[in-house]
Design a protein around this ligand. Structure first.
Ligand code: BGC
Length: 358
């Protein structure tokens, strides 16, 4: 019912757009006439968001939309004002990768008043009933794949152990971080409880192992302290569960500076260039590959369906409750990459050029 109404409103909005053009003060340039779409990304600091933004922009333009693409330097107030501008400058739909999932409720009230649909991109926007859809990679599966990788490489079901592991996850304001952590810990926790895996630092709880802003430097500083307190005497560290590549990089930098033992298994996520290089050099064991082209094209499909007055394609209507109810979601499938398959996944697919990784 709600969706039908949305469709009707959007059809009317489409006609209005065709008659009046997009209007607004945005600096976007395009001869497109299918309507203007606002795309709000968290930061340019991390490689993946640059790829997400440019893939989305290119594909939306290709589909005939005008695009207002903004990055917010990981600053919540900046993101809020960018979204406000998008709403006031004639955007007909918003695609938002939030910095902090809980901080957009108020600004999105304005979107709701203007019947502007919102697609939460990659990260769920919490406690706002203005969110129409969610598109992401299966975040829980990202975590289970990281946990399974460690489980298999250490052969936890057969090897005697015990093995030492340290855990680093992401920003507590990013709803995804809890899924990554939860998925990995669902695999690893039984081994921690049985004593086969030992967390020498004792730092296990989500809040304790979280990394504000997914910062490489913060992860590195925390790891420096963990190594000096627990592994400086030559004690072997067998594995580091890191939820993504920026935190993995911090852990790797710290190990390089402070740790003399055999290099541990280290997980990551995003296949950032620096981390793939580290993978090739033997300093990171794996990363989760989330092909941003796939997510972008799915979101463009969703945008197009909504803008044409229809319903967006979804494949999950159970998992992601943002506090106002379950948000219909499309979950893309993540895959793991390591030295055995990165060429096929990353180079043969055209995601990177061989020279990018040298
Ligand atoms: C994304 C990850 C990314 C992290 C840090 C998460 O929400 O899903 O791919 O590594 O944010 O930007």
């Amino acid at each position: 019912m709600k969706r039908k109404l949305l469709g009707l409103v959007l059809s009317v909005a489409m006609v209005a757009t065709m008659l009046t053009g997009c209007g607004g003060a945005s600096s976007t340039s395009s001869s497109a006439n299918a309507g203007k779409v606002g795309v709000a990304m968290p930061t340019k600091d991390l490689q993946r968001w640059n790829q997400d933004g440019s893939n989305m922009e290119a594909q939306l333009k290709e589909a005939g939309y005008e695009v207002d693409l903004q990055y917010a330097s990981n600053d919540i107030a900046t993101q809020v004002s960018q979204i406000e501008n998008m709403i006031n400058s004639g955007c007909k739909l918003l695609v938002i990768a939030s910095i902090d999932g809980d901080s957009l409720g108020t600004v999105l009230e304005q979107a709701k008043e203007k019947d502007i649909p919102v697609i939460a991109y990659d990260r769920l926007i919490m406690n706002s009933d203005a969110v129409s859809y969610y598109a992401t990679f299966d975040n829980y599966m990202v975590g289970t794949k990281q946990g399974e990788y460690i489980k298999e490489k250490l052969d936890l079901d057969n090897a005697a152990g015990p093995f030492n592991i340290e855990i680093t996850t992401g920003d507590p304001g990013d709803n995804n971080a809890r899924y990554f952590y939860g998925g990995a810990m669902d695999v690893l926790r039984p081994y921690i409880e049985s004593g086969k895996l030992v967390v020498k630092s004792g730092q296990i709880d989500f809040e304790t192992v979280a990394t504000a802003n997914w910062s490489t430097e913060t992860a590195q500083a925390r790891m420096d302290a963990i190594i000096s307190a627990n592994y400086a005497d030559g004690t072997k560290l067998d594995a580091c569960l890191c939820s993504n590549d920026s935190t993995a990089l911090g852990v790797e930098n710290s190990l390089e500076a402070n740790y003399t033992g055999e290099w541990p298994i280290i997980t990551g996520q995003d296949c950032d260039i620096a981390n793939v290089k580290n993978m090739i050099a033997g300093k990171q064991s794996m990363s989760i590959f989330k092909d941003t082209r796939t997510l972008a094209s799915k979101v463009v499909e969703m945008v197009d369906a909504i803008m044409k007055g229809g319903e967006a394609p979804v494949n999950d209507t159970e998992t992601y409750d943002n506090g106002t109810g379950v948000i219909p979601s499309y979950l893309c499938e993540p895959v793991f990459a390591d030295t055995s398959n990165y060429k096929e996944l990353l180079i043969d697919s055209g995601y990177y050029k061989e020279s990018d990784l040298q």
